[in-house]
Design a protein around this ligand. Structure first.
Ligand code: PGA
Length: 255
């Protein structure tokens, strides 16, 4: 099963699953347990490749027990700015395909940034206000960028606490969701670091060899705005769930 690879006294927990499927099952189990404790769960969801399997586990659970998902809400953690509404490359469309449609959530149960908002700053304020009223997030599912970003909080001299318009790093513009787009988004809309860190529980998922270097850095308990994921060390209930491929460091296996 899963190995702990950090000391038990550290705040940020690392769990290594044998495979992507096992990591996804584990994430699904954690979310379902939280949903059973709190049927009105607010799940903050990341789009992108890594959480796909975890969302599929939730979809399978919904087939067995649809009533479990009836009162939950999903908050989208970030969005590319300036795409066409409903464009397949939007994070909202990705979440609709993988999460909200299979869970049969109504439009009312999904809250997200509008990619085509005329005033992106005001759109971010709208989401922040919504979160102030309806938060905190119960479970926040994060991925991690190759540069250590979480959501679209990119490395830099400072990080922003609340939802904001983000300048996207070059590596973020190469994200798989944008692969087929000729016109890349010019900016991002994202929850801020404080809003993420206020979540009751955080699960950061990482899979595959491409994430090895970034996970190796995340294991160091050093907090810097140049590596936004490092702020998870300040959270009392954050877990990094990764597969063995992502956990392996050069020549050595995580034990
Ligand atoms: P991924 O994206 O899950 O598609 O690897 C993670 C990220 O860039 O935040």
């Amino acid at each position: 099963m899963n190995d702990r690879i950090s000391g038990t006294d550290s705040q940020l927990k690392f769990e290594v699953a044998e495979s992507y499927a096992e990591m996804s099952r584990q994430a699904g189990k954690i979310i379902i347990a939280a949903l059973k404790r709190r049927p009105t769960l607010l799940l903050c969801a990341s789009a992108g490749g890594t959480p796909t399997g975890a969302y599929a586990c939730l979809a399978a659970a919904c087939e067995r027990q649809p009533s479990l998902f009836r009162r939950m809400h999903v908050l989208q953690i970030d969005e590319w700015g300036g795409l066409e509404a409903n464009a397949p490359a939007t994070c909202a469309a990705d979440l609709r395909r993988k999460l909200t449609a299979p869970l049969r959530l109504s439009a009312r149960q999904f809250v997200g940034f509008r990619t085509e908002a005329k005033d992106p700053g005001a759109e971010c304020e709208r989401i922040s206000r919504w979160l102030t009223i309806h938060g905190p997030i119960d479970v926040c599912v994060l991925g991690i960028g190759l540069n250590g970003h979480i959501a679209m909080n990119e490395p830099g001299e400072a990080l922003r606490p609340q939802a904001h318009v983000a300048e996207l790093a070059k590596s973020s513009l190469e994200h798989s969701l944008l692969r087929d787009l000729a016109d890349k988004p010019k900016f991002g809309l994202t929850l801020g670091m404080w809003e993420i860190l206020c979540a009751r529980q955080i699960l950061l998922l990482a899979s595959g060899a491409a994430k090895r270097a970034v996970l190796r850095r995340l294991r160091e308990p050093k907090i810097t705005t140049q590596f936004p994921a490092s702020f998870l060390w300040l959270h009392p209930n954050a877990t990094v769930l990764c597969d063995r491929e992502a956990a392996e460091t050069k020549g050595t296996k995580a034990t």
